[in-house]
Design a binder for this molecule. Structure first.
Ligand SMILES: C[S@@+](CC[C@H](N)C(=O)[O-])C[C@H]1O[C@@H](n2cnc3c(N)ncnc32)[C@H](O)[C@@H]1O
Length: 253
């Protein structure tokens, strides 16, 4: 792998099935749908496989946000950049003067920067290592009037070791995979209330990427009286993978 020597120990580019841990083999089988340029040396940590937004979905979201964001909003803040799936797609649209990408896990952030380089957009993105709530309120404050926020938070269960545990114990307890309706009040580690409260101080124009079974009545509670929000489902092979709620003045069609 290109400059693999520099990569943190938990970062990998798996190039054959034998080296892939069993619980990410299904994801690896879909690697070109996740990153079409996978073979150019895409980096991921084992946990990042579970959270990365597949490229066609990331591109669709990026196009919709680019076309529907209020004029005058030229900065996009990707609060949970992960391995860069969404940040890369946002930068590729060319709509944003700047994409700010925040990720608290240093190894995952290294993956995002490396992957953005493969897609030729690393210079269009300003990277922050740290907690998005802290960085948004303390370091990006002056950008508030020009910004929109995108957030694909962890949902709980999107983790290598958790899935392994679920498999071994045949547990089908609460989680985005098993819940009929996903409770956004108990979403771990950040509830909908926490996300909305933190981001709305910065920008009321925000898009949240959350489980497909999210409780719509909980989402509606954050829509100001007389205003509307749009919910979009993102499907692959006839099944919804996730949804986005667009709060604020997005003109989504
Ligand atoms: C679902 S993943 C994001 C995936 C990303 N959209 C992509 O396509 O690669 C969530 C990410 O948020 C990071 N994270 C969790 N809490 C955070 C926080 N408070 N601030 C910044 N990043 C955080 C996790 O390390 C994880 O990489």
């Amino acid at each position: 792998m290109a400059d693999e020597e520099d990569a943190p120990a938990e970062v990998h580019h798996y190039s054959n099935l034998q080296e892939v841990p069993w619980d990410i083999q299904n994801y690896w089988a879909q690697r070109y749908r996740i990153f079409s340029k996978y073979d150019e040396g895409i980096w991921l940590t084992d946990d990042a496989w579970f959270g990365v937004t597949p490229e066609p979905v990331a591109n669709t979201i990026a196009t919709q946000m680019a076309e529907s964001a209020p004029a005058g909003r030229s900065i996009l803040v990707d609060a949970f950049a992960g391995a860069g799936g969404n940040s890369i797609a946002f930068a590729l649209t060319g709509r944003w003067k700047r994409v700010y990408a925040i990720e608290k896990n240093p190894a995952v952030l290294r993956c995002a920067k490396h992957n953005a380089k493969i897609y030729g957009v690393e210079d269009k993105i300003t990277w922050f290592e740290g907690d998005c709530f802290d960085i948004i309120s303390n370091h990006l404050k002056e950008l508030a009037p020009y910004s929109v926020v995108f957030a694909s938070p962890p949902w709980g269960g999107q983790c290598h070791s958790t899935l392994r545990l679920q498999h071994e114990l045949t547990v089908t307890g609460p989680g985005y995979r098993s819940d009929k309706v996903f409770n956004l009040k108990t979403m771990e580690p950040y509830s909908l209330q926490k996300l909305y409260d933190e981001y709305s101080v910065f920008s009321k124009h925000m898009v949240l990427y959350i489980p497909r079974t999210s409780d719509l009545s909980q989402l509606a509670k954050f829509v100001p009286n007389g205003q509307h929000a749009t919910v979009m489902h993102y499907c692959m092979e006839g099944a919804s993978k996730a949804l986005c709620i667009f709060y604020g003045d997005f003109n989504v069609s």
